[in-house]
Ligand binder design. Sequence first.
Ligand SMILES: Cc1ncc(COP(=O)(O)O)c(C=O)c1O
Length: 459
Amino acid sequence: MPFATAAAAACSTATATACTAAAVTAPVPGPAAVSSLAEPLPVLGLDVTVPLASGHRVPYAALDQAASAPVLRQVWDEVAEYAPYYGSVHRGAGHLSRLSTELYEDARETVARFLDCREDDQVVFTRATTDSLNLLASALPAGCRVYVFETEHHAALLPWRGAEVTLLDAPGGPAAAVAALERALTAREDDGPALVCVTGASNVTGELWPVRELAAVAHAHGARIVLDAAQLAPHRPVSVRDLDVDWVALSGHKLYAPFGAGVLAGRADWLDAAEPYLAGGGASRQVVRREDGGLDVEWHTGPARHEAGSPNVVGVHALASACRALTEASPALLAEREQALLDRLTEGLAALPGVRVLSLFGDEAPRVGVVSFVVDGRDSAELAERLASSHGIGVRAGLFCAHPLVRHLLGGRRDEAAECGETGGSPLNAVRASFGVGTPVEHVDRLLSALADLIHETA
Ligand SMILES: Cc1ncc(COP(=O)(O)O)c(C=O)c1O
């Protein structure tokens, strides 16, 4: 980075100050030995203590990372390093404006490399996955039919309101998912535009979806496919080229870069042909007042078309920084470490009486570090609350903005109502524990022993 040397001294002071403000007292206890594994990547927040109902404080165990992940230290440091050099993007003639513009456009290239995009793909910066998928929904060609499994997160299930939507039933396994899509696309009565939307990893079960195979089926039938990588990218490398998906969407705040940026990357044609997602400065190349008093607008093509307004250069820089950090850290070692934590968690849960881990594809199906479960006779919301108030553990309870999927997994009726983000009241809810590249083994162990306590206390 051009400002790196000059900024280094100022930045280390800024970082230290900011971190001291967030940090509190006791360090995290040493992890149980999983000694052959790579070290967790450094993240902020491990030394933050939280109050318990007892009045004591304990270090917080952040096990709700599928919602939002802690910030990587490298990301935080690079953001702090850039902060004094912050300036407007795409407009100023001044040095810092030019530097910020360069940083913003460099970030686009970093993200394109991270996602292994094709040469002519576009990387559009958005606010998050929901925004990215809504942007794509706004760019669908006329008459486009969308194919989506009922098991998707609402961000992938709901944006397609202007299109004809074919909702596919929850499949019993990856092969069944591919077969269901094949059947649905074969039954298509026209050869108009079509789009398949699928997640890479479920935000409820953590299970990996057969993205490459679904992409092959989509393309064989002349359809396109968008990958919702909100849960996949924080855990596994995503290659647009290798998976052969047309677009990919992700969120910075789930990728250890919580500064409000997201990505839609992929094919340019539908995006360039669509009306701008937002109308305003930056998206317009030229605006001319006509004789009749109206306006003629010439819109940009390329990412600028859908990035009207002042861009979130800090968020985008943070996102690019996370992409670099994850690539440099060796994805294979990170995946190996995650698998060891996952095994520890699922084996521990299996040993607890009355605990049922939710799974669509079967217990042996590969998954990322996202595990939802229910405990016989216990309300999940109450369990999550007790994990927080008695043990300082942050998990989530509810239907995880994937109502049809959770109802299916819990055997509820499809039409049963519940609110998104709901934490109480409905028996149709589950507990979700999710971790990431910075999670210490101790957090998983603490969750298991806390659950054992809570289960035995009512036995
Ligand atoms: C699989 C999946 N897709 C999309 C989203 C939406 O992401 P965001 O809230 O960052 O827009 C989430 C959020 O939890 C998710 O888990």
